[in-house]
Design a protein around this ligand. Structure first.
Ligand code: ASP
Ligand code: MG
Length: 426
């Protein structure tokens, strides 16, 4: 059995959905589980909806909902000529549920409400894709992934209950896949469910991780992530010209690259696959015949330096108020607070009196953290920064990325250099 994952860009409009159907038609007869994300930028829109709903700004929430409805209706119109097709009703009903949510006051904490709202994106996309495949003669089975992926209630970053999840997946999927000629299963990425039946999400861009979870539980033969890039490149083409494709990558390098922020694969994806030695392919949905990148357990050195850019970074500089040293005791307290606030450290450095960290700009989380830190520490905050990480760096690569920038902090180890900088003209 193989697991495929199609992200938001691969289903962003009617033509894209048709392209996915084209790719799937070339795999007919193969046992497949197809994990699909929300269409285009739907998750971002639903995040705005959740935000305004929670703030009590019903007008904006309603406006965003209308945008989401229009966008999906546009895609439906491009896919189905027959306006009486059942999919119109199905999508309408899914959106009505969202309508009901925003008619009432929030009753749970923000992160929980967020998950109940944002999860609708994946329900919409998988319903549309599944209906369209059927419509084009590709028999398939739509599956609610919440029957499979069981999690705790850490909303927005839910932790998988592996034992239960494996049991649920195997109970349904093993008999189905071993039946005669199983049709591809279409299911949602990103979602899970608590023991109390509340929907959870696995963290932004978490659909890759869903594919890995399913593959792990089923001992799948491989996972393929279909992307709008040719495979894993040595830099994100958004920030860099002349990127190079890396045809093969070890699990270890893949973990390192995603840890430092390479967005091509979700960071949690590799571990379950490495544990079962399942290869991960990253391929282009634009050029499906190309081989792309294979990530596997072999030892393959990185062929070129790799660059990872993170924008909108915040540098926090933390110093004890009483002039005590930054010792283990202080550090363990500081680390504990970051972890409690769900803030990931993209880079860190410490000196006798100062501990500096670079983090993503998540205003809601950072302000809560700073408030607590300021009881015992002096905290300086520097915003609008860029963080560049270079694996297998050399002087030329360092020079290349720092042109026209003021450097604030630099950390180098044998293989990895990290530089925090600001545009000189800011
Ligand atoms: N739709 C979710 C997101 O945009 C999950 C995913 O795309 O992987 O974060
Ligand atoms: Mg997405």
């Amino acid at each position: 059995m193989k697991v495929f994952k199609f992200g938001g860009a691969s289903v962003k409009d009617a033509a894209a959905v048709k392209n996915v159907a084209g790719i799937l038609s070339t795999y007919s007869g193969e046992p497949l589980v197809v994990v699909v994300s929300a269409m285009g930028k739907t998750t971002n829109a639903l995040e705005r909806l959740a935000d305004s709903y929670f703030k009590g700004d019903t007008e904006t929430a309603q406006k965003v909902l209308d945008e989401v409805r229009e966008y999906h209706t546009g895609i439906l119109n491009g896919l189905f000529e027959d306006k009486a097709h059942g999919v119109f009703n199905d999508i309408h009903n899914t959106l009505v549920e969202l309508e009901w949510v925003i008619e009432d006051q929030p009753t749970h904490e923000f992160d929980c409400e967020y998950d109940q709202i944002v999860s609708v994106g994946e329900l919409l996309s998988t319903k549309i894709v599944s209906h369209y495949l059927t419509h084009s003669g590709i028999v398939n089975r739509w599956q609610d992934v919440r029957d499979w992926i069981k999690t705790d209630n850490t909303y927005r970053e839910a932790k998988v209950d592996w034992t239960l999840t494996q049991q649920c997946i195997r109970e349904t999927l093993v008999p189905y896949m071993s039946g005669s000629n199983p049709a591809p299963v279409i299911t949602q990425g990103f979602l899970g469910v608590t023991s109390e039946n509340f929907t959870t999400t696995l963290g932004r861009e978490g659909s890759d991780y869903t594919a890995a979870i399913i593959a792990y539980c089923m001992d799948a033969e491989s996972v393929t992530i279909w992307k709008d890039v040719p495979g894993v490149l040595n830099a994100d083409p958004k920030w860099f010209d002349n990127t190079e494709l890396i045809p093969q990558l070890s699990y270890q390098d893949a973990i390192e690259l995603t840890y430092y922020g390479a967005t091509v694969i979700h960071p949690k994806t590799i571990k379950p696959l490495q544990n079962k030695n399942i290869p991960l392919q990253v391929r282009s949905f634009v050029k499906p015949e190309a081989a792309g990148t294979v990530i596997h357990g072999g030892q393959v050195p990185l062929p070129v330096p790799c660059f990872i850019f993170k924008m909108d970074q915040v540098l926090l500089s933390i110093a004890p108020k009483d002039f005590s040293f930054i010792v283990e005791e202080n550090l363990s307290r500081i680390f504990g607070l970051f972890s409690e606030h769900g803030i990931h450290l993209n880079m860190m450095q410490n000196s006798a009196l100062r501990f500096s960290v670079v983090i993503d700009n998540n205003a809601r989380r950072i302000s809560g953290l700073i408030e607590i830190l300021r009881r015992d520490f002096q905290v300086l905050k520097n915003e609008n920064l860029e963080l560049v990480t270079i694996r297998h760096y050399n002087q030329a690569t360092l020079d290349r990325v720092t042109v026209g920038k003021d450097l604030l902090l630099e950390v180098k180890s044998r293989y990895t250099a990290q530089i925090v900088m600001k545009n000189s003209n800011l």
